[in-house]
Write a protein that binds this ligand. Structure first.
Ligand code: GLN
Length: 484
């Protein structure tokens, strides 16, 4: 048995019994990285030195039987979250040399629990995309088929977990960026309720939508990480003062009698047949565990993509105004200040980021604000109400995570609209602010993973974790590994 193949709970047991040392675990993970990273390209920066530095104290704590859920567990962090003293690029040229002088709240919580930082993972530039092809550095490859994309924008994190290059990872999700790549890489990805996890130290994309969450090899590991990263943080005023349960406690509890909403708007034309079949079979499987499927309607689903692309781009145009060559990383000089700004932004941002800044600036400009931004806010309210209404009658909602399995590199790169459609089932969840998890639920005829999305009520991650766990334990999908 290779240590890198294990999940967090399995490793925890071995480490606590001192059957293996943290040094051996770190060694095993970097050996794996040496063997496969050339093909997967999940990372922007590997932090082996830092990992070795963290290993000593973690081992000491284990030897002294000190507490720490993640003592000695190698975890990767999406490269839009700051770890003090370690380059954080957002996969953008404009931040290529940015070294944050502070630690994000999520990584400092992981640190308090003894994690080992493996490296910073690749993403679509500033988390804008669904394939990692928008990375300013390189495209990450799907470990199940390296000719295909891993999904995005947290594609580096999900590929790293799927390829056993780390035990777990953190991602961020603004419109699907944890769940869609988790689905395409055959791993578990959870987007918590808006406000559940502090975003201090997460580089902002669209602040009313962004959330950080875990990407793991199974559901119970997701619960473990949620225990560590959730909760109010005075450094993020949008983090909610809501009690944090022990998310692992609910796992294994009965799902009998739970009402599972299946939205009729979520099986649409153009979906892959194998995806539809896997998801329908998963719903039957959940039913066989005693839950009760109910057809529901989310009537404003059709407006979700347009609404999202007005709001997310508007917020992004404002959030990205700070990259002007004055304070951060990259600068391209000019004959005066204005020309310096223009040169810096023209050379520092990639095409998709520029497209979004222009779209957002347009939507916010005077004369268009009411027609676009304000209208989108109104549509968002309707979409949110759809979920609140539905979740009064059912306990959770189950849908496909993505309409297709992983597509080929280059297939949608020149067609932004096709690319935007990848998130058709995940975007509404961010607009509504509710939590959702993607878990493996099958494979296509090409042996590509398919994901099932479970959506819950505000701050009720427990119920989706409970159902996800019950389903997972009754299937074998999560045990399959790509042949790399
Ligand atoms: N794919 C969506 C976008 O491009 C969502 C990205 C995300 O969740 N960060 O905006």
């Amino acid at each position: 048995m290779e240590l890198y193949t294990l999940d967090i709970s399995e490793l925890r047991r071995l480490l606590d019994r001192r059957e293996v040392s943290v040094g051996e675990v770190v060694d095993s993970v970097y050996k794996r990285i040496d063997a496969v990273e050339g093909r997967v390209k999940a990372f922007v920066t590997l932090t082996k030195e830092e990992a070795l530095k963290m290993a000593g104290p973690a081992q000491k704590k284990i030897d002294n039987k000190e507490p720490g859920t993640l003592l000695g567990i190698p975890i990767a962090i999406k490269d839009n979250m700051c770890a003090k003293g370690i380059r954080t690029t957002c996969s953008s040229r404009i931040l290529e040399k940015f070294v944050p002088p502070y630690e994000s709240t999520v990584t400092s919580r992981l640190k308090e629990h003894g994690y080992i930082l493996v490296g910073k993972t690749n993403l679509d530039e500033f988390a804008m995309g669904s394939s990692t092809e928008n990375s300013g550095f390189h495209t990450t490859r799907n470990p199940w088929d390296t000719a295909r994309i891993p999904g995005g924008s947290s594609g580096g994190s999900t590929a790293a977990v799927a390829a056993d290059e780390c035990m777990a990872a953190l991602g961020s999700d603004t419109g699907g960026s944890i769940r869609q790549p988790a689905s395409l890489c055959g791993v578990v990805g959870l987007k918590p309720t808006y406000g559940r996890v502090s975003r201090y130290g997460l580089v902002a994309f669209a602040s009313s939508l962004d959330q950080i969450g875990p990407i793991t090899k199974n559901v119970s590991d997701a619960a473990l990480i949620m225990n560590v990263i959730s909760g109010r943080d005075l450094l993020d005023s949008t983090s909610a003062p809501v009690d944090v349960p022990d998310f692992t406690r609910i796992l294994g509890q009965d799902v009998r009698g739970l009402k599972i909403g299946v939205p009729k708007e979520y099986f649409i034309e153009g979906m892959e047949e194998d995806v539809v079949n896997s998801v329908k079979a998963a719903v039957r499987q959940i039913e066989s565990l005693g839950a009760v499927p109910v057809e529901i309607s989310l009537p404003h689903t059709d407006y979700a993509i347009a609404t999202y692309y007005l709001l997310a781009t508007s917020e992004a145009s404002s959030n990205l105004a700070r990259y002007d060559g004055v304070k951060y990383g990259f600068r391209e000089n000019g004959k005066d200040l204005l020309e310096m700004y223009m040169n810096t932004r023209a050379a520092g941002f990639g095409a998709e980021v520029k497209r979004r800044i222009m779209l957002g600036t347009y939507a916010l400009s005077s004369g268009y604000y009411d027609a676009y931004y304000k209208k989108a806010q109104q549509a968002r309210t309707l979409i949110k109400k759809d979920f609140e209404q539905a979740l009064k009658t059912v306990d959770i909602i189950v849908t496909p995570t993505s309409p297709t399995a992983a597509f080929k590199i280059g297939e949608k790169a020149d067609d932004p609209l096709q690319m935007y459609l990848s998130d058709i089932f995940t975007i509404s969840v961010n607009l509504a602010g509710v939590p959702a998890i993607s878990i493996p639920c099958g494979f296509t005829r090409d042996d590509l993973p398919v994901g099932l999305q479970l959506i819950g009520r505000h701050f009720d991650e427990e119920t989706i974790l409970k159902v996800a766990y019950a389903y997972e334990q009754s299937t074998e999908w999560h045990k399959r590994k790509p042949k790399l």
